[in-house]
Design a protein around this ligand. Structure first.
Ligand code: NAI
Length: 522
């Protein structure tokens, strides 16, 4: 472990929301912290707020009163930049502006010792660029915290082209000493989280644009079937559409307009309208007293079908496509629905994928084709698709899409079947890949590309998305669970269906597919 010694002095420059949070965790971990800001009142406010936070933690029993007092005593205001000259680590959390950050680090370099580490909390500027003008650029590293810092465990430790390995390793180990979960990443636009998370929003916008459902319905499916803490629209309402749109534009531009990252015209309109989310009282939802609760689409109660069959063997190790089907079948069986393994002629569809059958309907896990397309391909009109769930055993809701050719009776039977197993059934309009599957496939695709391009490791991307944005499962662990083969099939069908480069399959997914390898060992 090469963390900075516990008696080292840490300076935090910029005492806004991020700086105060960083100072709070460093002092709580036993380090002396000097706080500086061009506005002295920002430092006083931060010191006051942090003191209150410690008192709250002590009340909740998360630290003792003595620890809270000691941590408070370790925090000092720096009256001028010169006061931080004895620090071993400086963490910068000032305005997000390259020239201002460069200016600050140039000033700092003239003050601090040669072995002092300079860290930037930038979320969008190249660490390489911030370091470029320094006398010793190898000492500058990104230390990217997430908001609110005391609650979010992730720290992305970002190496620019010149950053020394030793410096990155020290900051990584120091983050652990501060109680955080760090990951290493190369300085590339969006680093890990702000890049890999883009499809979570982008696919939401696509679904809305194609009228798969309204925002409340899509949010609910991502939450109650996908297991995400928040759906994309409620999350963007929280972040602010102006902020989210600007991050999307910045990543899109930084990747030279790669269609993967194309911003949404719909979001631009939200910004144009001033519907920025919670902070403006209106985004997709209304906020404030008396605001109506969002209502997601749900199908009305239908009769349970009498005969249900499964058309394929679903053995195996529980991972992959057949593992997904098996867990859904288990949920049906636990609800005392008999699922016959004998398929009668009525359910015989011309599709190799495992299907459930009832009342003439063939029911498949979405593979990235629309239900209408699949019904046409199979010459089986009564086709209904269901969406991915994080865990069918516990999911409250299941999303389905019916083919345009599907009869009302067959569709009603499918709804009745899932309702009998305790699901709320939400119908999405027949968009390719439905909501959770399409989002997860694109998250996995982006995560695989980040790994393929040497931005980070497989373990790092999965930790980053869980600890930085609370995803219920790392995208690559999710690809393993659904099966790399199925993820590639979904992406392939999306690419084919839309004819857009946006859905091109990551070379790393193809490589895993060729060998049958998974991202994580079991
Ligand atoms: P903020 O606006 O709350 O605080 C910035 C503080 O820096 C202000 O108190 C300001 O007076 C001070 N400041 C500005 N220029 C200065 C200078 N030259 N020297 C000393 N102090 C100066 O901003 P916030 O949200 O705390 O963000 C700070 C940095 O952290 C930005 O670079 C931002 O991109 C990054 N960041 C922000 C996240 C967020 O969710 N807010 C998440 C991760 C990173």
């Amino acid at each position: 472990m090469s963390a900075l010694a516990n008696n080292s002095i840490v300076a935090v420059i910029g005492s806004g929301a991020m700086g105060a949070g960083i100072a709070q965790v460093a002092a709580a971990a036993g380090y002396t912290v000097k706080l500086y800001d061009t506005r002295a009142e920002a430092v006083s406010k931060a010191l006051l707020d942090i003191g209150k936070m410690y008192a709250k933690l002590a009340e909740k029993g998360r630290m003792t009163a003595d620890e809270a007092a000691a941590a408070t005593a370790r925090l000092q205001a720096a009256g001028s930049l010169a006061d931080v000259s004895d620090c071993a680590l400086v963490v910068e959390a000032i305005v997000e502006n390259l020239d201002v950050k460069r200016g600050l680090f140039a000033e700092l370099e003239a003050l601090v010792s040669d072995d002092c580490i300079l860290a930037t909390n930038t979320s969008s500027i190249s660490v390489t660029a911030i370091a470029a003008k320094l006398r010793r650029p190898e000492r500058l590293v990104g230390m990217h915290f997430f908001n609110p810092v005391p609650l979010m465990a992730l720290v992305e430790v970002i190496s620019g082209l010149a950053t020394s390995e030793q410096v990155a390793a020290t900051v990584y180990d120091t983050s652990i000493a501060w109680g955080k979960s760090p990951v290493h990443a190369k300085s590339t636009p969006g680093f890990i989280v702000n890049r890999v998370a883009r499809p979570f929003y982008a696919e939401g916008w696509r679904l809305l644009n194609e009228q798969a459902g309204d925002a409340a319905t899509i949010d609910c499916v991502l939450r109650e079937a996908g297991g995400f803490r928040m759906g994309p629209f409620e999350l963007m309402d929280l972040i602010g559409h102006d902020v989210n749109f600007s991050v999307t534009q910045s990543v899109f531009g930084a990747y030279f307009n790669d269609p993967r990252f194309t911003p949404s015209v719909l979001q631009q309109e939200m910004v144009n309208a001033g519907f920025l989310g919670r902070k403006s009282g209106r985004g997709f939802y209304l906020y404030g007293e008396g605001a109506p609760a969002p209502v997601a689409q749900a199908e009305s109660a239908q009769a349970t079908p009498e005969f249900v069959a499964l058309s394929a063997a679903i053995g195996g190790d529980g991972r992959g496509h057949s593992g997904v089907i098996r867990s859904l079948v288990q949920r049906l069986e636990q609800a005392s629905i008999t699922v016959s393994r004998r398929v009668t002629h009525e359910g015989q569809a011309m599709d190799e994928a495992p299907a459930l059958h009832c009342n003439g309907a063939a029911i498949y896990l979405t593979d990235g084709r629309s239900a209408t397309q699949r019904a046409h391909d199979n010459q089986h009109p009564d086709t209904v698709l269901f969406d991915l769930a994080l865990d069918y055993a516990g999911a409250k809701r299941i999303a389905v899409a019916r083919a345009d050719q599907c009869s009302d009776a067959a569709y009603a039977a499918v709804v009745g079947l899932f309702q009998a197993a305790g699901f709320i059934v939400t119908r999405l309009d027949d968009v390719p890949g439905l909501a959770v599957m399409r989002t997860v496939a694109m998250l996995a695709n982006e995560a695989a590309d980040a790994v393929n391009q040497g931005v980070c490791t497989v373990a790092a991307v999965d930790i980053a998305m869980q600890k930085g944005v609370n995803y219920p499962r790392g995208p690559l662990a999710w690809a393993d669970a659904v099966g790399v083969q199925h993820i590639v099939t979904v992406l392939h069908h999306l690419a084919q269906g839309y004819g857009e480069d946006r859905y091109r399959v990551s070379p790393l997914l193809r490589r895993k597919l060729a060998t049958g390898a998974t991202f994580h060992a079991e």
